[in-house]
Design a binder for this molecule. Structure first.
Ligand SMILES: Cc1cc2nc3c(=O)[nH]c(=O)nc-3n(C[C@H](O)[C@H](O)[C@H](O)COP(=O)(O)OP(=O)(O)OC[C@H]3O[C@@H](n4cnc5c(N)ncnc54)[C@H](O)[C@@H]3O)c2cc1C
Length: 300
């Protein structure tokens, strides 16, 4: 990888040997060889053309609120935080992938548009929310999506509609085709009562503060809930509530959260994940499925 070449592409801000601590919500420290904040969709395409023609490793990173960086990332991390335009016409929203989901939920509710109240408190980007089909309180992105614009493997812009997106519980077609990049999303909301929507948002926000360990770095739910069961309950009944490995701990407040309570590293978190899986398997014969994503890197 040639540093000069990447700078000369002129595709946005380029950083080298970047400490990733502030780019993941667990606040785990590791290094990325390169991090690029692309300044437009055409810059993104230009960068991806360069990456593909040089056969380089890359990933798209949102706010890193569902990610565990296990070691140094020897490749190019692409962030879309500059792709953050939003256009609202009547109750239809077209929003770029780098826009913050909580911000979008607050914006639309304040305009009296109903549909995203559940999303307040989810710290990810719109692109990450599509990838994960993020959801809460029995609602999810798939309830509002009209279409998603992606760059496909040939770097063509394509529209995917609900039938193509294969949304499921915390899953979407994007997890199957890792070389698709979400660039823009069209959402169909409904006209609602602004005061009622803001009331719901306030209620959801309070519920999160009451039930989630938001005072420590974390990345939301660690495991997906098995059908008709709660992962937190299984982990708690397996006796792991409050259990710590070095700086990582299964939260005392919500057992499906791991918190970085004292300079945890990825290994501490992954060890806790494995322990929770093994303990729940042993006690209930249930296989917990990870919701968070481990990005394997290198350790010198
Ligand atoms: C306090 C807290 C509360 C949370 N609550 C919830 C909740 O209620 N419900 C819920 O579902 N989740 C929740 N989460 C988890 C997390 O916020 C979501 O999974 C979110 O959708 C991840 O978005 P992100 O932008 O941070 O993605 P990242 O973590 O940065 O990335 C996740 C994956 O998405 C891919 N990706 C990101 N952007 C794009 C793109 N534009 N195109 C293609 N792929 C992309 C990445 O490559 C990666 O594979 C919570 C997290 C925290 C810290």
């Amino acid at each position: 990888m040639n540093k000069e070449d990447i700078i000369n592409l002129n595709v946005g801000e380029v950083l080298f040997d970047v400490d990733l601590t502030k780019y993941n919500t667990y606040r785990i420290s590791s290094l990325a060889s390169v991090l690029v904040e692309v300044d437009s969709v055409s810059s993104l395409i230009k960068l991806l053309v360069y990456i593909k023609s040089n056969n380089l490793k890359y990933m798209i990173l949102g706010t890193g609120s569902n990610i565990i960086f296990d070691g140094n990332y020897e490749g190019i991390i692409i962030r879309l935080s500059k792709l953050n335009n939003v256009e609202i016409t009547n109750s239809d929203v077209i929003v770029e992938a780098g826009y913050n989901l909580t911000k979008l939920a607050n914006l639309t509710a304040n305009l009296g548009l109903e549909g995203l109240e559940w999303a307040v408190g989810i710290p990810g980007t719109v692109g990450g929310a599509i990838y994960m089909n993020a959801g809460a309180y029995k609602k999810a992105m798939n309830d509002n999506v009209f279409y998603v614009e992606i760059l496909n493997e040939n770097l063509e812009i394509k529209r995917l509609y609900l039938k193509d997106l294969e949304f499921g519980y915390r899953s979407s077609v994007l997890q199957k085709y890792k070389n698709y990049t979400v660039i823009r999303v069209a959402l169909s909301l409904k006209f609602g009562n602004k005061e009622e929507l803001l009331q719901i948002i306030d209620d959801r926000r309070k519920r999160r503060i009451e039930t989630q360990p938001l005072d420590f770095p974390n990345a939301g739910s660690v495991f997906r809930n098995p059908s008709d069961l709660f992962a937190w309950k299984l982990i708690e009944e397996a006796g792991l509530k409050g259990y710590a490995i070095n700086g990582a701990k299964i939260s005392d407040k919500h057992s499906n959260f791991i918190v970085n309570h004292n300079n945890a590293n990825a290994k501490d978190i992954i060890e806790l994940i494995n322990l929770a899986k093994e303990s729940v398997k042993k006690k209930f014969d249930i296989d917990l499925v990870l919701e968070q994503e481990i990005i394997r890197g290198t350790y010198e």
